[in-house]
Design a protein around this ligand. Structure first.
Ligand code: SF4
Length: 405
């Protein structure tokens, strides 16, 4: 429980809709399995054609940005030409069996849209044969645009075994020192031994998508509150196993900012992760179309920028949450460092870039840049590139920091 009671009002405002009942004929990918259309190479999400019967490990999905960067799909992105992270999402006709309220992949969408057609972090995820994906990256060698690969598990009975198969297929052809691999885990189906096996197979970083900053919000958005199987306690058990097995700086947690927690709540969690030796990877809440939270407001930019800045100070600059000051609503009013230190960090702009596992530029610049995964390009939340002078002026306005004359 936060010590800032006004957060209670905010939590109430950010309540998800209740999931509806899915008719039996739409459950578990029944429509896709009955049609049984064989996949033929790249599949781009399209509601007007029958979704092929694809499953991992033969097929994986990847973000639109990754498919453009890999060269299997044409397209242009606003102010950026590529992503540095090849994110591979496991795919099955049955889809993810969890029901997280903010997620476009959630189970409650079974009747509305086949799994491989669902939007996720605001974009489409084309499906590509794994062998073709690995061939392209292996052929590109040192020329590859990718600085990192990440396997995104989902909640599915085959997810653990298929993650190992995908990881092994990758490391058989691609040196994990050249393009290291992260695991975005699904703790619900995992044991400590599963975590250890992924390390033994060459995974570099292990992350847990805690997503919710407090146990109450976790339960409400991805546990019993939405008929979803996840438990806060088990997520922490797997995170602590990853801490021991992967070691300092090699584990972390995803957190979504703006689901009803206070800034104090989220920064306390960021501090806890740093004190354990890990990192936090932040997402700005965006009402994903078709999700149980699609009627709710995106995180106000002033709140998001304060959390980004404070998180960067804690994760990379030795800042401490105990030195920061918060108002009666749990908002940051003092970052616990000098004004000139704040000015230096704001001016550098890195704090406002997408956060995630590092690439080859520097430790505090994420390979996982997720272009427009948490905002439209017209009102960027996480910058997938270095913010320029105009961007920094906007960021300062959002932070209510006056520009230096
Ligand atoms: S477990 Fe992950 S993929 Fe599945 S519904 Fe929850 S957030 Fe989405």
């Amino acid at each position: 429980m936060s010590c800032f009671e006004p957060g209670g009002e905010m939590r109430a405002r950010m309540a998800p809709r209740a999931p509806g009942v899915t008719p039996i004929e739409f459950r578990n990918g029944a429509r896709v399995k009955a049609a049984d259309v064989p996949p033929q190479g790249l599949y781009r999400p399209n509601d007007n054609i029958l979704t092929p019967n694809m499953r991992s490990p033969e097929y994986v999905q990847m973000s639109t940005a990754a498919a453009i960067t890999l060269g299997v799909m044409g397209g242009r992105m606003h102010r950026t030409s590529c992503t540095r992270c090849l994110n591979l999402l496991l795919t099955y006709p049955e889809g993810c069996r969890a029901n997280c309220a903010y997620c476009g992949l959630a189970r409650h969408r079974e009747a509305e849209r086949d799994y491989a057609d669902r939007n996720f972090i605001r974009v489409d995820w084309p499906a590509v044969p794994l062998a073709q994906t690995i061939d392209i990256v292996a052929k590109d060698g040192a020329e590859s645009a990718f600085h990192r690969m990440c396997i995104s598990m989902i909640t599915h009975p085959r997810s653990d075994e298929d993650t190992r198969t995908v990881l092994k297929a990758w490391t058989d052809r691609i040196d994990p020192k050249a393009i290291p691999v992260s695991i975005l885990s699904n703790p619900t189906t995992m044991t400590r031994e599963d975590v250890a096996r992924l390390k033994d197979l060459g995974a570099d970083i292990f992350t847990v998508a805690i997503d919710a900053a407090t146990p109450e919000i976790f339960d409400r958005t991805r546990g019993k509150g939405v008929q979803s199987p996840h438990s806060w306690a088990h997520y922490w058990e797997i995170l602590m196993a990853a801490r021991e097995i992967f070691g300092p700086q090699k584990f972390g947690a995803h957190i979504i900012v703006g689901m009803g927690e206070t800034e104090y709540d989220v920064l306390t969690l960021v501090q806890k992760l740093v004190d354990l030796g890990g990192h936090s990877h932040m997402f700005c809440f965006f009402p994903e179309k078709g999700s149980l939270m699609d009627h709710l407001p995106a995180t106000p930019r002033d709140q998001w920028r304060r959390v980004q800045l404070a998180r960067y100070l804690i994760d990379y600059q030795g800042g401490r949450v105990e030195k920061m000051r918060f108002d009666e609503s749990g908002r940051v009013v003092d970052y616990g460092v000098s004004d000139s230190a704040v000015e230096t960090i704001v001016g550098e702009g890195i704090a406002f870039r997408t956060s995630g596992c590092p690439g080859k530029f520097r430790d505090d610049v994420s390979a996982c840049d997720r272009p427009y995964g948490d905002s439209p390009p017209s009102n960027v939340a996480s910058y997938p590139f270095q913010p320029n002078g105009n961007d920094l002026r906007k960021i300062r306005r959002q932070l209510r920091i006056a520009e230096k004359a």
